[in-house]
Design a protein around this ligand. Structure first.
Ligand SMILES: [Zn+2]
Ligand SMILES: [Zn+2]
Length: 193
């Protein structure tokens, strides 16, 4: 990455019409990364903007900065043990990241879901092709109650990424993997293959 150290990776956008001033890493994704990885850090620092889009941005930054633990911990808890942290780390390192563009954010879908459409840009190693390429994805997120946290806390509910690539043996009629108490097919099953 040839970005200025102080600029947060999620603030870098290769599109020419991007004009707003970029936030520094310490004012953007760093409090989220530190807050989740070191429990003693006060997560209250980052409560104002907590949303699925914010989570998406912090996950992108964690890929760029190669913090695979953050990627795992922000995935739905029931899926975490099925993730290959070494593969995530290798992919994050191998990719020559070039910026993030949030295409659309749907902050509320039903009772507890949200979707973020984004383009994660990277430079292709294939010199015959157009260098700048993008992963264009629509990601789903679910809000889950954190039972270890006080109900009055801002962080009683946390957003988690629903990873569509993780194969889980859950039937449509079983209780949902997010712990909502609803049937899977009426809850996260809508957003997972
Ligand atoms: Zn950021
Ligand atoms: Zn669910």
């Amino acid at each position: 990455m040839s970005i200025p150290v102080q600029t947060c990776p999620c603030q870098i956008n290769p599109s020419p019409d991007f004009t707003s001033s970029a936030l520094a890493y310490q004012d953007c994704c760093q409090p989220y990364h530190d807050g989740l990885l070191n429990k003693e850090t006060d997560k209250a620092d980052c409560k104002n903007e907590y949303s699925a889009e914010r989570l998406m941005r912090t996950r992108y930054s964690a890929f760029v900065l190669v913090i695979p633990e953050y990627i795992v911990k922000t995935t739905l808890p029931a899926q975490q043990s099925l993730l290959d942290i070494k593969a995530i780390e290798a992919w994050a390192k191998e990719t020559d990241w070039a910026g993030l563009e949030i295409v659309a954010h749907t902050p509320k879908l039903g009772k507890r879901h949200a979707q973020v459409e984004f383009k994660a840009y990277f430079n292709s190693s294939d010199s015959t092709a157009d260098n700048l390429q993008a992963h264009h994805e629509l990601s789903a997120f679910v809000r889950v109650a954190d039972k270890t946290t006080d109900k009055k806390s801002e962080h009683y509910e946390n957003w988690y990424f629903l990873d569509p690539t993780v194969a889980m043996s859950v039937t449509q009629k079983q209780p949902c993997i997010c712990g909502s108490g609803e049937k899977f097919k009426r809850c996260c099953g809508v957003y997972l293959p």
